[in-house]
Structures are given as structure tokens and as C-alpha cells.
Design a protein around this ligand. Sequence first.
Ligand code: URA
Length: 195
Amino acid sequence: MDMDSIRSACLNCELCGLASGRTRLVFGDGNENAEVMLIGEGPGEQEDLQGIPFVGPAGKLLDTMLELIDLDRSKVYIANMVKCRPPHNRDPKDEEIACCRPWLERQIKVVSPKIIICLGRIAACSLIDSKFKITREHGQWFDKGGIECTAIYHPSALLRDPGKRPETFEDLRGIRQKIRDICVRTYDSIPSGNT
Ligand code: URA
């Protein structure tokens, strides 16, 4: 299946209760040939209205974080654990994540990333380890079926608690180094002397 076919099929999805509350389904954004994939939690208010992941306040911060390591949305692919907005921005439930998982798996298969960056605890617990502790394990690397996976604090957490930003800056430096080590296209046009 190619990404357009997955998106078309997903647009009709009513596998869980979140479908009835959505304004728009938030499928994914960015470069489907990217070597780096970012996976968040679920759409917020702005994402639900626009149908694009990370376009609200957390998304603005995410764009800045990407810029810090010479990335932008043309160089990565961004998706969420669930594609419909949970009411009142509550955490998605395990069963909602499970219902949505096959869509995400198909997206991961198409993108075939070398690196997955989990944005926050929810994605890390689903994709890396159900016992993942974001406070202790952010920035560490885990090989999951040949894909190098890491997790950083969710941008919303960084908006709530700017004290976490220095640690995240270090994590971003680690991500940039990992990209330099194992990716071949992502930094193609970026001089290597950039620190
Ligand atoms: N938070 C997320 O986890 N994903 C979005 O798309 C927006 C906010």
C-alpha cells in the first residue's frame, strides 16, 4: 500500500470512539521518504481544525526544536499515536492507541525510517517499552527491529516546564549526531562543520 491509499482508507476510519468527535482526521505530515520519523501523542485543538499534526503552540516549539538541529518538515515525517483528537486533550486510552496502531504501522512501513523519535511518554511507552520512564530514559537509544528509537520530552511538557529544555537540547544534539552516523540523505545539503 502506498501512503495515499493508506490515507484514503484511514479517512473513513471509525474503529474507536474518537472518530465521532473529530473535526478532521490528522493523518501525518512531512516527507514520506524521510529517514527520520517523529511520533507524537494525538491531535490537539488546532490540529483537529487543520488536519495537520503539530500546528498549535506545541507544534511551533517543535518546529524550533527541529531548526536547532538543521531539520524541518521537508526532512522528516510526523505522525501521532492516534489520528483523532481525544476530548479535552486527555491522554489517548490504551484501546484507542491499539485501534489506531495498524494505521501507524503501515505509515512506518512506507516511510521505512532509520530513526524514530518519540515525542513524550505516551509514544515512548507504546513504541519502545511499556515501562518507559521519560524522566530517566529520554535521549537514550533503543534498537527496535532495526530502527533506532529514542524519546524526548513532548513539546507541550517543555511549554509547561521550561526547566526541562536544557536536557532536551542535549537530547537534540544526540539526535543530530545519530543522524550524522546512520542517515545518508537527511543532512546531504548541510555542511558537516555545523555544531
Ligand atoms: N500534540 C501531539 O502529540 N500531537 C499533535 O499533533 C499536537 C499536539
